[in-house]
Design a binder for this molecule. Structure first.
Ligand SMILES: [Zn+2]
Length: 752
């Protein structure tokens, strides 16, 4: 019974369990199905995600921090005493970005940024995942108004470099994912110090400031190394929200965030309580103007923190413009790139350019050019323009000004090196007298009759008497018919003599000297039926196109340094951002005139300012020797003066941009203008006499014959002669020294 009962009980239990079993079976099947579905779905999802992620990893191409520095400021340095100081800076889009190495950034400046922006910077691997999740959630759910937090310093660097900054929707998520992968990759390839250095140099700090150095310069007029804790934290406070927290427009918001930065530093043990309180108590003075004080020391040469007078945002100086132009040419040559690519390099390459400027001279002359009374005795409605340039005797250009009055804008027309003007009589020493002395065709006292050449078969088919002098008197109309010695013809700028010398020398010899030896690049052998290999261009400077004032002045070096020509330059050398030399100017002389020829010329040109009839006598200085030549072109369209002292070779041009006659009686002579502009500086020179040549001697010559004075010659004077070319001694028989010819017959037909 019991068994039965049991059996029955068992049976009934089984019976009762059956639905449960079935239910379990169903449930099991269901769960298994669900599990399988999950596995399959999961696999699909994981696969999809993997494909997605892998595609991002491909997308997240290598982020190179090394390229970062490529977008920073190029410095132009000037030498002052033994130091190189910052003269100006150039960078693209007016952005102020000045790279400083991490070692130059004080620890508390680094800490201010790290502890307020990314507390766990030193422990994470590039990404703060908790914060990132929150930020991504927000992209969908929009809990917050703006993208919020959690961007590590590494991510900010990546974002800045890649310029990848979509913030919402799918694009926002994709951007964030790329940023995460890139940040992890950056952390693998660079040290924390590398990353922090980049960050501190590119972090946006408003007012066009990128990086802590630019901000220190701009907001406090200090080098980053000189910042106080209070100043550093005020700068770090900008980062959070550059517009809203910038201390110039929103000092209170900046102050609030600054307090937060200080708290974070205190909390992390970066500063003491005392330091914290001291910083809170410090009153800040914001400068907010770009009077730069900084200089990098990347080249180890100790560019100092002295301030240059030039501001970053102004129109820069004509000198800086000239440096930029020359640097562009150098880059095109050095890198074999076009002008556009060279510009890109110069403006964002972080180069260090060592210029030849003499800041004192440049600034003094700039001031003179602001005052129109230095050029004209009366105020004109339509005043002429002017240009000035000065260099030393090895081709360093020390000052350049390209226009009268306020400089209108950066890289405007520089009339000293971008305008081609007629040199007039300033051509004569280099085209005629210099080469003729060098070839022993003439001496100090060679006699020239003031009469024209008779030129046969002119373009019109007839003959003509040429050239006229600018101002003449005497028996032959435009020509005096009188005899003068060579040095007098030079100092009175007689056109007839220049023409006669070119006749002896030939136009092509003169042309070759100008083109090849003293490098007047604008002379033409043939252009539109005209050539500079002809009488008129070579004798009186009526060139096909003209010359650059810079090249004309450079050519005159030879008369002050015993015949050596140095190519003029604004730049002595250029270093790249790593301090590697990109360019060094070769100050290499070519001896284009014999020392003795150059010194005889020097003495002849001194009479231009010392002789009673010298055209340049208004420029005479009190303390130092001055040698010079004036130039006036046809119809008084251009006035020139090139003057050399033992220290400087300099020149001025005065005239209209579109050549026309300068109103008579209003302007000063070119000699006077030169003296007004440069006289004071030139006269303050410490070297008072030119170097003499031992191959030049003084000798008495006969005032009748121009030959070496003999015992029977009563009237004599002293001249300078090359030892190798002293005239023969005068016999004392002075008959037959004059004739009554009214012109000199030319021997062959040369286009004039
Ligand atoms: Zn004599």
């Amino acid at each position: 019974m019991k068994e039965n009962n049991y059996e029955n009980t068992n049976k009934s239990l089984k019976k009762r369990l059956k639905p449960i079993k079935r239910a379990l079976k169903i449930a099991g099947t269901f769960l298994l199905s669900m599990f399988l579905i999950l596995v399959i779905t999961g696999t699909i999802l994981v696969t999809a995600l993997t494909v997605y992620v892998v595609s991002f990893m491909d997308d997240a191409a290598y982020v190179n921090l090394d390229n970062l520095q490529s977008n920073y400021t190029t410095y132009i340095y000037a030498q002052q005493g033994d130091e190189w100081i910052t003269y100006d800076m150039i960078s693209s889009q007016g952005e102020k970005r000045i790279w400083v190495n991490l070692e130059e950034i004080p620890q508390f400046v680094r800490d201010a940024f790290v502890y307020s922006e990314d507390e766990r910077f030193y422990s994470h691997d590039g990404v703060d995942f908790q914060g990132t999740f929150m930020a991504m959630a927000n992209l969908f759910l929009h809990f917050w108004d703006t993208e919020r937090g959690a961007s590590t310093i590494t991510q900010q660097v990546v974002k800045n470099i890649t310029g990848d900054d979509a913030v919402s929707g799918i694009e926002g998520i994709e951007r964030k994912m790329r940023e995460i992968f890139r940040s992890i990759q950056v952390e693998k390839n660079y040290t924390k110090d590398d990353i922090l250095e980049c960050y501190l140099n590119i972090v946006h700090l408003y007012n066009n400031c990128n990086g802590v150095q630019a901000a220190a310069n701009f907001y406090f007029n200090k080098d980053v190394s000189e910042l106080t804790l209070a100043e550093a934290t005020s700068i770090a406070a900008i980062t959070k929200s550059p517009q809203a927290n910038n201390p110039l427009q929103h000092p209170e918001a900046n102050r609030q965030r600054q307090e937060y930065v200080l708290e974070k530093m205190l909390e992390n043990g970066a500063i003491s309580t005392d330091e914290y309180e001291q910083a809170l108590a410090e009153e800040l003075t914001f400068i907010g103007s770009m009077s730069y004080t900084s200089g990098t020391e990347a080249d180890g040469e100790g560019t100092s923190a002295l301030s240059a007078y030039d501001n970053f945002d102004d129109v820069s100086s004509y000198y800086v413009d000239a440096v930029i132009e020359q640097a562009l040419e150098i880059f095109q040559d050095t890198y074999g790139i076009d002008r556009e690519a060279a510009t890109e390099k110069l403006y964002s390459g972080g180069y260090q350019i060592y210029s030849c400027v003499d800041l004192d001279v440049q600034k003094a002359v700039e001031e003179k050019f602001l005052d129109s009374s230095n050029f004209s005795s009366t105020v004109l409605d339509d005043p002429p323009q002017a240009a000035f340039i000065a260099m030393d005797y090895t081709g360093h250009i020390i000052a350049v000004i390209g226009g009268v009055g306020e400089k209108p804008y950066p890289r405007c027309l520089n009339r000293a090196n971008q305008a081609i003007r007629q040199p007039g009589s300033c051509i004569k020493p280099i085209s005629a007298y210099g080469p003729a002395i060098d070839l022993d065709l003439i001496t100090w006292s060679t006699r020239f009759k003031d009469v024209p050449l008779k030129i046969l078969n002119t373009d019109e088919g007839g003959t003509m008497l040429w050239p006229k002098n600018y101002s003449t008197s005497g028996n032959y109309g435009a020509w005096s018919g009188e005899y003068n010695f060579a040095y007098e013809c030079l100092n009175r700028s007689l056109n007839t003599t220049a023409a006669q010398i070119i006749e002896m020398l030939t136009p092509s010899a003169a042309f070759n000297f100008l083109k090849n030896d003293v490098k007047l690049s604008t002379l033409v052998t043939y252009e539109d039926g005209r050539t500079d290999i002809a009488r008129s261009p070579m004798s009186v400077g009526a060139l096909t196109n003209g010359v650059y004032l810079e090249e004309l002045v450079a050519a005159y070096q030879i008369f002050g340094n015993l015949g050596k020509y140095y190519e003029p330059t604004y730049i002595s050398r250029i270093l790249d951002r790593d301090g590697e030399e990109v360019y060094v100017h070769k100050f290499r002389a070519s001896q284009v005139l014999d020392e003795s020829s150059a010194y005889v010329m020097n003495r002849m040109m001194e009479t231009v300012v010392t002789s009673s009839r010298g055209t340049g006598r208004a420029a005479k200085l009190n303390n130092v020797e001055l040698i010079a030549k004036t130039g006036t072109t046809q119809d008084w369209k251009d006035l020139l003066f090139v003057g050399c002292t033992p220290e400087y070779v300099s020149g001025i041009w005065y005239g209209y941009d579109i050549p026309k006659e300068i109103p008579t009686g209003t302007y000063y002579s070119s000699s006077q203008i030169w003296k007004n502009i440069f006289g004071e500086i030139a006269d303050a020179g410490t070297i008072t006499e030119f170097p003499a040549s031992s191959s030049v001697v003084t000798r008495e010559y006969c005032l009748e014959s121009g030959l070496l004075a003999g015992s029977r010659c009563t009237e004599t004077a002293v001249g300078y002669y090359k030892r190798s070319n002293i005239p023969v001694t005068c016999s004392g028989d002075h008959t037959g020294l004059t004739d009554d010819s009214t012109f000199i017959e030319t021997e062959e037909v040369i286009n004039s």
